[in-house]
Design a protein around this ligand. Structure first.
Ligand code: OAD
Ligand code: ZN
Length: 252
């Protein structure tokens, strides 16, 4: 069933969350949109303005490390001026509420942790961490002396954001943990993901095939919608707040 911001949430939808013991939340750029961080594919999305191949590939960094580093600086700059929104907060509250919980995120912005989430599986890395291109150094961006652009490691190699670029493999440990959670959970809530970038795009299907209920929160229909038990179409802040208030009220 599909509901919008204006609708009363159906009781069966609230029941799903009341009866869940193991919840997995899967998020994409849309959860951070209302914090002022542009998404990738929307109307004002990054990939409408910039070419992903010039900014988010190992080749791009090899060709123009300064440009790539500055693009991440620009995004860190946006994040310095903003913070988590109500959708991030509700997801952090869900973690405290359920006996078993995992948050799988494609986002690299660190906003979930700032909202208080702990059980986070970051499948695309984090732009607040850096790693060396030459040695195995991996560290906190805040602790790096920014003497050049990009900064250099003690070993002399360039430091790069510790994120997954197109053409790179994803962290295997994170993917294994994500799949294990998806197979074991009762419910998957997807928030603000277009469902077109693999492997995250197939995560809801893995859970669906293992018998979990898939619930979507997105401003518009996505390829995930067709396997959803319920889809909520509207702003994540509005819909997650409404959903969570209803679940807490029902449990009183
Ligand atoms: P996309 O930009 O592809 O999709 C964002 C989704 O959020 C869209 O489906 C929007 O409809 C939805 N959305 C936007 N605003 C929203 C709001 N206020 N409330 C709810 N939903 C909203 O972002 P991702 O799915 O995260 O990868 O993209 C996946 C990956 O592609 C990213 O991790 C990134 C990108 O290229 C890499 O950089 C490797
Ligand atoms: Zn190094």
């Amino acid at each position: 069933m599909i509901v919008t911001e204006a609708d009363k949430l159906p009781e069966e939808l609230i029941d799903v969350f009341v009866n869940t013991k193991y919840l997995v939340v899967l998020t994409g750029a849309g959860v951070s949109a209302e914090s002022g961080m542009p998404t990738f594919r929307g109307e004002d999305g990054f990939w409408r303005k910039y070419n992903a191949m010039d900014l988010a590939t190992p080749e791009a960094f090899a060709n123009d490390p300064k440009l790539v580093w500055e693009w991440y600086d620009y995004r860190r700059g946006i994040l310095d001026k903003t913070g988590p929104n109500r959708a991030h907060e509700v997801i952090a509250e869900m973690e405290k509420h359920y006996p078993q919980f995992k948050l799988i995120t494609q986002n690299v912005d660190g906003l979930h942790a700032r909202a208080g989430s702990n059980k986070i599986i970051e499948i695309h890395g984090n732009l607040w961490r850096v790693k060396c291109q030459k040695c195995d150094y991996n560290g906190d961006f805040m602790e790096v002396p920014l003497k050049s652009n990009p900064p250099r490691c003690k070993c002399g190699g360039f430091l790069r954001p510790d994120v997954v670029w197109f053409g790179e493999s994803l962290p295997m440990g994170a993917i294994d943990s994500a799949v294990e959670a998806l197979r074991a959970c009762d419910t998957v809530l997807t928030v603000g993901t277009s469902g077109v970038v693999q492997p995250a795009a197939s995560f809801p299907l893995i859970a669906h095939e293992a018998g979990a209920a898939v619930i979507e929160s997105n401003i518009e229909p996505t390829p995930i919608t067709s396997i959803c038990k319920h889809a909520m179409h509207g702003k994540a802040t509005v819909l997650l707040d409404k959903l969570w208030n209803a679940v807490i009220e029902m449990e009183k």
